[in-house]
Design a binder for this molecule. Sequence first.
Ligand code: GLN
Length: 279
Amino acid sequence: MVKLINFKWQQLILSLGCLLLIIACQSLYPTTDPDAKPLKVATDPTFVPFEFQTADGKLEGFDIDLMNALASPAAGLTLSLSKGIAKVAGFAVQFESLPFDGTISTLQAKRVDAAISGITITAERLKTIAFSRPYFKAGLAIAVREDNQNIQDFNSLKGKKIAVQIGSTGADFAKTIPNAKISTFNSGPEFFQDLLNGNVDAVISDAFATLYAIKNGKLKGIRVVADFLTQEYYGIAMPKDSPHLDAINKGIATLLSNGTYKQIYQKWFKVEPPQLPDS
Ligand code: GLN
């Protein structure tokens, strides 16, 4: 009898010990909330360094890090930071590749919960979809071949052949250039190739992506003549009346105040991030 009681006590202590160990492990290595519903997030991985695919097919980039930091405590950020974020928003991100041009209609049809793809918040887009608070300060740039001397600014683009990405803010901007002959492309790599081939005189696209590609040797023979022609802000896009808007906005605020945003910004751009407006 005594032996039996002893055995039960031993069992109880052992079970409690195991329980404590499990709790300790969970707080040291937090995982995404098991009850969390997957959040389907569309992205067009042709926009270095915001979203792109590595040789082995892995999605990487500033936007990918930001989205993972917003959603997952085990997103590769330091544990102390991740734990804080987990409380703000608990969901598992499921990325889906989607051509940039199809993003808005896909969101309108609610086929995905959100999209992160260097998407500029514009009044026109706000008519049909919702955006989070701004998470990135951006702007457009004019890129030309290195040997081109006659395009220096917006005015020298008049009547020129210009390549842009379909459905982008660069495409909208190009429409305002008098007599410009505009060619549209599906993604960045394609329109830069057209510029290098001599089919067009200039490309109008997002300054950060263009400057990054030039700096990292991914765009040889191309230079930027005017950058930040416009002031734009990227936002996480969602269907109108999205139930996730609040959590995502709160998550961005947390990442901005706890240093995670700065950490991700410096990882990709090696400089201090600029101030962002609240809305
Ligand atoms: N920022 C630009 C836009 O929203 C282009 C983004 C992109 O090519 N991914 O139109």
